[in-house]
Design a protein. Structure first.
Length: 74
């Protein structure tokens, strides 16, 4: 899987999880201490998160980091 495809799949999963938790991009950005633009970039697959951001995402979304990469279950 090329890098771009992985970022796009991750972004789609992140958006699904954010919406499932009832969060806006603005709320998630505030919880992660990131810009709304960065959250948008991650969800669109433009930028990949750092390891630190992955850990924070997992904590905020209340799930294991590995679940962020479970693309089989939607």
């Amino acid at each position: 899987m090329c890098n771009m495809e992985l970022r796009k799949k991750f972004g789609k999963k992140l958006k699904q999880l954010r919406k499932y938790r009832g969060l806006t991009q603005e709320q998630l950005a505030e919880m992660l201490d990131l810009s709304v633009e960065m959250v948008s970039f991650m969800e669109r697959g433009v930028h990949a998160p750092s390891f630190e951001t992955l850990e924070c995402l997992a904590e905020v979304l209340r799930l294991p980091v590995m679940d962020l990469f479970d693309f089989e279950v939607s």
